[in-house]
Design a protein around this ligand. Structure first.
Ligand SMILES: Cc1ncc(C[n+]2csc(CCOP(=O)(O)OP(=O)(O)O)c2C)c(N)n1
Ligand SMILES: [Mg+2]
Length: 412
């Protein structure tokens, strides 16, 4: 035994900056747009092993689309994506206000992350199924799901499709072409459910892709391990999206393992193809999602996509990020804002202008306000108009005795 033995010391990661510090993103390596080649969809995953450390980027600093990952979308398609992102942002802003004045109890925005859900959704097909988290309202919006129904869910009124039985923002839709699996408050449960769903699609022999989402923080859940191992072993036709928005409420992504590895690398450990993408670059998200969907649909197994983005707003209306992140961190985020970047690109193409953009924002805002008013007319708060007895319906084929007793006690 030597006496220069080092004592064990528990390591606790610290975020790069705390309130009072200057925001610091110097550890984020950002390759130039267009740097990575776009391989054929049947490429051997070992040949693109380095993609989990790189970053697929298409839009450069001047707003030009460069490199092999450029999806070469028609101008009308770009404008469509922009319009959906603006609609999501206006919707978020309106609902945040509604929460502040007590019309609903809770809200979660996707500010700064709109490209992740909108571009991903538009790159997939109508019958593909989503297993989202609470931060992908853009999936529903870009599939033209009724905004009125979404607001009724948030207000928990008589037109709420889930009859007031879910927390606001926990939407659900089994309508054809909307495919938005009921959101669960228990983080990461949707990941294993998605893989099971994908395995069933494979068993049935459909050509549908299943797409699951999880946040950086929730990747620390054991369910993510179970999902990855099943997805890998059974070559499940599933895209496993990891939205790395840097924070999990007040925990920095380092607490979920982001300091020692990228989240895209998680898939590689299980033998799953991994891509890492600039999540604020609409074209890059679209292109990577399309590539992954094509690969999955061709029977070549699951793909993990890490979307590198930033949660520009608070975690939810129950959170105050000034307590744990430095002032101005969102502004200092080096990958910019997804709406601004796509707008800039369209202007660069000569297909858009600041005036047209303003008009689009006003138009969407008006639409949201009008829809909100209509939804509110169906009730909110104490005047929800819901049938209390519905609390007990649709849930059990055979109602357990204790629930029957609860219902009897309530007299409904
Ligand atoms: C199993 C479980 N643990 C903890 C929570 C509480 N919780 C809700 S959201 C959240 C943070 C999740 O962060 P992340 O996965 O990064 O997603 P983001 O909110 O950033 O989109 C936590 C801890 C929960 N809902 N479920
Ligand atoms: Mg997060």
């Amino acid at each position: 035994m030597t006496n220069n033995k080092v004592k064990n010391k528990l390591y606790v990661p610290e975020p790069t900056a705390r309130p009072g510090d200057e925001p610091d993103f110097s550890n984020l390596k950002i390759p130039k747009a267009g740097e990575l080649p776009c391989p054929k969809i049947d490429v051997d995953q070992d040949e693109i092993a380095h993609f989990v450390d790189g970053m697929i980027r298409v839009l450069d600093e001047d707003g030009c689309a460069v490199g092999e990952w450029n999806p070469n979308l028609a101008v009308e398609e770009l404008k469509r994506g922009l319009a959906y992102m603006v609609l999501v942002r206006e919707f978020d802003a309106r609902m945040l206000k509604a929460q502040r004045v007590g019309k609903t109890s809770f809200y979660m925005q996707s500010l700064g992350e709109e490209a992740v859900s909108v571009a991903h959704s538009l790159a997939l097909e109508e019958d593909d199924m989503f297993f989202p988290t609470y931060r992908q309202q853009g999936l529903l919006v870009s599939r033209d799901y009724s905004l009125e129904k979404m607001i009724c869910q948030l207000l928990g009124n008589k037109k709420d499709p889930v009859k007031g039985r879910q927390l606001p923002i926990m939407y659900s839709s089994n309508e054809k072409g909307k495919g938005y699996f009921s959101i669960s408050g228990n983080l990461a449960t949707q990941y294993i459910q998605a893989v099971g769903w994908a395995m069933a699609e494979a068993y049935k022999g459909t050509d549908n892709v299943t797409s699951a989402f999880v946040g950086d923080g929730a990747t620390a859940e054991g369910d993510v391990h179970a999902a990855m191992i099943f997805a890998s072993v059974y070559k499940a036709p599933v895209i496993l999206n990891i939205v790395n928005n840097q924070w999990a409420i007040s925990s920095h992504q380092y607490f979920a393992g982001g300091k020692s590895t990228t989240f895209a690398r998680r898939g590689r450990g299980y033998g799953i193809t991994g891509l890492r993408v600039d999540g604020n670059d609409y074209l890059a998200v679209y292109s990577a999602s399309k590539w992954a969907a094509n690969r999955v649909r061709a029977g070549l197994g699951a793909v993990v996509i890490e979307h590198v983005t930033y949660r520009a707003g608070a975690h939810s209306t129950s959170d105050d990020p000034s307590k744990y992140r430095p002032d101005g961190e969102a502004k200092a985020w080096p990958l910019g804002d997804p709406i601004d970047r796509l707008k800039h690109h369209l202007i660069k193409l000569g297909a858009w202008s600041e005036e047209e953009h303003k008009k689009l924002q006003e138009e969407k805002k008006k639409f949201v306000t009008k829809t909100y008013k209509k939804a509110e007319s169906y009730g909110f708060g104490e005047n929800h108009g819901l049938n209390i007895a519905d609390m007990f319906t649709d849930l059990y084929e055979e109602m357990p005795l204790r629930i029957i007793r609860q219902r009897q006690k309530l007299g409904v």
